[in-house]
Write a protein that binds this ligand. Structure first.
Ligand SMILES: C[S@@+](CC[C@H](N)C(=O)[O-])C[C@H]1O[C@@H](n2cnc3c(N)ncnc32)[C@H](O)[C@@H]1O
Length: 385
């Protein structure tokens, strides 16, 4: 029998998920956080460590959407295999009998077609295990469970994991004011990472919307671990949680926060409500002092010459053809504006459509395909000379 102390030192396998295309950015930060044996895979990065490394990942990773800790992997050619495999886990090491659970599932298999059914079989196996060993069945809470489980069935194998934070990490807690088309926080962090920005040189977003790119850049520059902003991480309610260890990690992260003295992140938007939203969100994120925004049409902005300055922006993009037609002249003008007034800048644009990218009429030095909420997008890099 292993006690709780030795259990906490047992080797674990984790998988941090991210938006498709953001794997390289996530891999870089998993390495920077010194999480063990990182390996990029499609849709995320696998790493190894002990239970507390999952908490550390929640505290430090910016690009990750969820952190999963693997609980079991077993053959699941039939529903019975799935049930028996899920029932073979010592569940009271994962959650308490009186605690709530939710099971999410993803299926890519010819043996199992419905993710809802897979989730139901796993949930029944957990409930039956608790009834047999503790005489109670845990209840289900799909909104805010104590333990959120994830069953991934690929062909005839199931990987059963615990969602370490119990929720998506995109909820940083700073989005107090919204605008119509905000970029996801984790994707914004990935875009900042992919630009290779050094956290010191000037940074601009002339289509800033609710400020996500500026705020993620500011948090990175100030070395703010995002887990410091959030709370309600479910691992803090589950067996084996070590409050002293978690507080130690948080204190170290707090001590490492260093707002850069001279850095100003500049933003603009033609919509005054967006500018106000950016101000409020930046304030809520604790980077209000670093971010300066103004109401401005990007076509009228003449930045001070900024050799080595980084532009990272997400201009409006049409999902329908009609929107694209309307937006083409804006992209066309911005192509000229960047060419004439942004010499020496590294301009990065997050765009959805190839047609609009072409209207821009600048040749990208490089681009990264990314997926934003199911929509194929690209981050293109232009060196303006
Ligand atoms: C896709 S949104 C940017 C979203 C932003 N990245 C965020 O996370 O909230 C595009 C923004 O461009 C702004 N915009 C549209 N035309 C503009 C122009 N000519 N100059 C400046 N901003 C403009 C819109 O008001 C909108 O807020």
């Amino acid at each position: 029998m292993t006690g709780p102390r030795s259990a906490s030192r047992e080797p674990q396998v984790f998988f941090a998920t991210c938006a498709p295309g953001a794997e390289a950015a996530l891999l870089a930060e998993v390495k920077a956080a010194r999480l063990g044996r990182p390996e990029a895979q499609v849709g995320g990065v696998r790493f190894q460590g002990i239970v507390a490394d999952g908490w550390r990942a929640v505290l430090h990773l910016r690009v990750a959407l969820r952190i999963y800790r693997q609980l079991a992997r077993f053959a699941a050619a039939t529903a019975e295999d799935l049930y028996q495999g899920a029932r073979s886990v010592a569940w009271d090491r994962v959650m308490g009998p009186e605690q709530t659970l939710a099971v999410d599932a993803k299926v890519s298999s010819s043996a199992h077609r419905h993710s809802g059914y897979v989730a139901l079989v796993v949930k029944d196996a957990v409930a039956d295990w608790f009834r047999e060993h503790h005489g109670v069945r845990p209840s289900v809470d799909v909104e805010a469970p104590d333990a959120r489980l994830f069953a991934h069935v690929h062909e005839d194998r199931c990987t059963l994991s615990l969602d370490v934070a119990g929720r998506s990490l995109h909820r940083r807690g700073y989005r107090v004011a919204g605008t119509p088309a905000p970029l996801g926080e984790c994707l914004a962090a990935a875009a900042v990472g992919l630009t290779g920005w050094d956290g010191k040189s000037p940074f601009l977003d002339p289509f800033c919307g609710s400020g996500t790119l500026l705020i993620e850049a500011g948090l990175l520059a100030a070395n703010v671990a995002l887990g410091l902003l959030g709370s309600d991480f479910s691992f803090a309610r589950l067996p084996g949680f070590d409050l002293a260890r978690w507080e130690e990690m948080r204190s170290a992260a707090r001590a490492a926060v260093r707002p850069p003295r001279r850095l100003i992140l500049r933003g603009g938007d033609v919509d005054p409500a967006a500018v106000e939203a950016t101000r409020r969100n930046a304030e809520a994120a604790g980077v209000g002092d670093l971010v300066r925004v103004e109401v401005a049409d990007a076509r009228d902005v003449s930045p001070t010459p900024g050799w080595g300055a980084t532009v990272l922006s997400n201009p409006p993009y049409g999902v329908r053809l009609a929107d694209e037609e309307t937006l083409e002249p804006l992209y066309n003008s911005m192509g000229h504006v960047f060419k004439d007034r942004y010499k020496g800048f590294h301009v990065h644009l997050f765009m959805a459509s190839g047609r609009l990218a072409r209207a821009f009429r600048l040749k990208p030095q490089r681009y990264w395909p990314l997926v934003n909420g199911g929509l194929p997008c690209r981050l293109a890099r232009y060196e303006i000379r």
